[in-house]
Write a protein that binds this ligand. Structure first.
Ligand code: NAP
Length: 493
């Protein structure tokens, strides 16, 4: 059977950064692999007045590092069309409709339409409504809508946005992107758990002591200060990526590895996340903001000196905390997390610490045995490691820790599919496993809103961590007060 997918892509925000950096390269990768061949066309739209030729030049430039040959790139780009369009202007949708119908006939697209909203979320509602009102949705093929994050800035705004979109699209036509879910090793969490009995048998509060999730960035906000200052780490990272990773780690085994079954289990896990009382927030969470520092002779700005950031900004660029999941499997097991900007290293990893053996029989000077730790490296390194205790060579019965490790080679990592490529292909296949369902979004915002409200009531002394560190010292105390410590300490290496 041919693997070719048939669709008309309409990219709103076709002149934007996301389209150029992620979407066009991902479409080209799918083209190189034969998932896109003859029967596809792309309409890029935005307000700028571009010609088709200029647009194709932009597309070719965006795939420069990937092209097989200049001819192949031109062939690919010949499927791209540009239509200047202001999304708030209803008349423009008629022009878009005509072009869509022309391309549908020219490329035999069978009425399959994928609308990608790569622009500010404030337009998501109006675009969805106009697509329906102006009859851009077809009766004969599929109509799917891909939406970028952020989905609202709190529960109320997310609900309002969802209601607007749902007036035109059914839940099963809506694909809410969380690009973390397209990452190779995030998808591998299910393989680790459900393809290895030794782990699945131990994946509960009887054997796991705690789980630590770190999403750390070494860069600052760069040119995104304007957006970030209204968002902060809580909304930008915890509400989506971290809670999504936690739901994959915590969910019950689904009956099948398919979207409906997996989502059902993820939603149940998110609904079991303990909601704090406002006065408990400071017991569970720590926030931080980076200050200036000098690293290897390089002067790094503090967050408040960044472009488009208020000089007295109270926005957090770091958040760490403890999440508890109140169900039979996870009762009593803390899920620690931390994420921030301008930290020591860029890296995303999950450390799963297993409980110790009931009795230490070895001669370790009364030191407890180190725990077994399974680490899942998500980026930039992809792979696993497992720490085991073994006997030290020699006389006596002392132990030492040994690390079994598999890290994908640089070549494998470079050749692995890009998150956006996988997610676009999933959408073409009608597979919503790696997209977030409204119920997941709703649960996540309800959790995050409590924290946001508690924090907005207090003025904090910022900055409170220097660039290049792993965040404020209080983030260590979130673990030490429970008798644990961060397993990954790049700042101490
Ligand atoms: P961007 O570079 O600012 O692009 C915005 C796009 O919207 C431009 O193409 C702009 O083109 C178009 N636009 C603005 N107002 C318009 C209007 N009234 N009618 C028609 N087009 C209009 O933004 P971006 O970085 O690509 O981000 C797009 C979305 O993706 C956002 O939701 C963002 O949060 C999300 N996202 C981006 C990234 C990333 O890496 N960039 C990563 C994750 C999520 P004209 O000015 O020509 O109209």
């Amino acid at each position: 059977m041919s693997k070719e997918k048939i669709a008309l892509f309409t990219i709103f925000g076709g002149t934007g950064d996301l389209a150029k950096r992620k979407l066009y390269p991902s479409l080209y990768r799918l083209y190189k692999k034969g998932y896109l061949a003859e029967k596809f066309a792309v309409i890029g739209t935005a307000r700028r007045e571009w010609t088709d030729d200029y647009y194709r030049e932009i597309v070719v430039n965006s795939i420069q590092d990937l092209v097989e040959s200049p001819e192949h790139a031109q062939e690919f780009a010949s499927h791209f069309y540009y239509q200047s369009h202001n999304v708030t202007d209803i008349e423009h949708y008629d022009i878009l409709k005509l072009l869509s119908e022309t391309l549908d006939t020219r490329y035999q697209l069978e009425g399959n339409r994928l609308f990608y909203l790569a622009m500010s979320p404030k337009f998501f509602g109006v675009i969805s409504q106009n697509l329906k009102d102006c009859n851009l949705l077809t009766a004969e093929g599929f109509n799917r809508l891909i939406i970028e994050k952020p989905f609202g800035h709190d529960y109320e705004s997310a609900l309002e946005l969802n209601n607007q979109i749902r007036a035109s699209f059914e839940e099963n036509q809506i694909y809410r992107i969380d690009h973390y879910l397209g990452k190779e090793m995030v998808q591998n969490i299910s393989a680790v758990r459900f393809a290895n009995n030794m782990f699945e048998a131990m994946w509960n509060n009887r054997y796991i002591d705690n789980i630590q999730i770190t999403l750390s960035e070494s860069i600052g906000v760069e040119e995104r200060g304007g957006y970030y200052d209204t968002s902060g780490a809580l909304r930008d990272m915890l509400q989506n990526h971290i809670l999504q990773v936690i739901s994959l780690l915590a969910m019950e085994p689904p009956t099948r590895l398919q979207d409906k079954e997996i989502r059902t289990e993820k939603i149940k896990a998110l609904q079991a996340v303990r909601l704090f009382k406002p006065e408990e927030v400071s017991d569970y969470l720590v926030r931080g903001q980076y200050g200036p520092s000098s690293i290897s002779g390089e002067e790094l700005k503090g967050y408040r000196e960044e472009f488009n950031v208020a000089p007295d900004s109270q926005t957090e660029t770091f958040v760490a905390g403890k999440i508890m999941i109140d169900n039979f499997r996870w009762s009593g097991v803390p899920f620690y997390f931390r994420t921030g900007k301008r930290l020591t290293n860029k890296g995303t990893q999950i450390d799963i610490e297993f409980k110790n053996v009931p009795l230490n029989l070895f001669d370790n000077n009364d030191e407890p045995l180190p725990p077994n730790v399974l680490t899942i490296y998500i980026q930039p390194i992809e792979g696993f490691s497992l720490e085991l205790n073994t006997k030290k060579v020699g006389l006596g019965l002392e132990t030492e820790t040994l690390q079994l490790e598999h890290k994908h080679s640089a070549e494998t990592t470079a050749n692995s599919s890009e998150a956006y490529e996988k997610l676009i292909l999933d959408c073409l296949n009608g597979d919503s496993t790696n997209f977030t369902h409204w119920d997941e979004v709703a649960s996540s915002w309800k959790f995050v809103d409590i924290i946001r409200k508690a924090w907005d009531n207090e003025i904090v002394e910022f900055p409170n961590y220097p660039s290049g560190s792993m965040g404020p010292v209080e983030s260590d105390q979130v673990l030490t007060k429970d008798g644990f410590k961060w397993h990954w300490c790049p700042d101490k290496q």
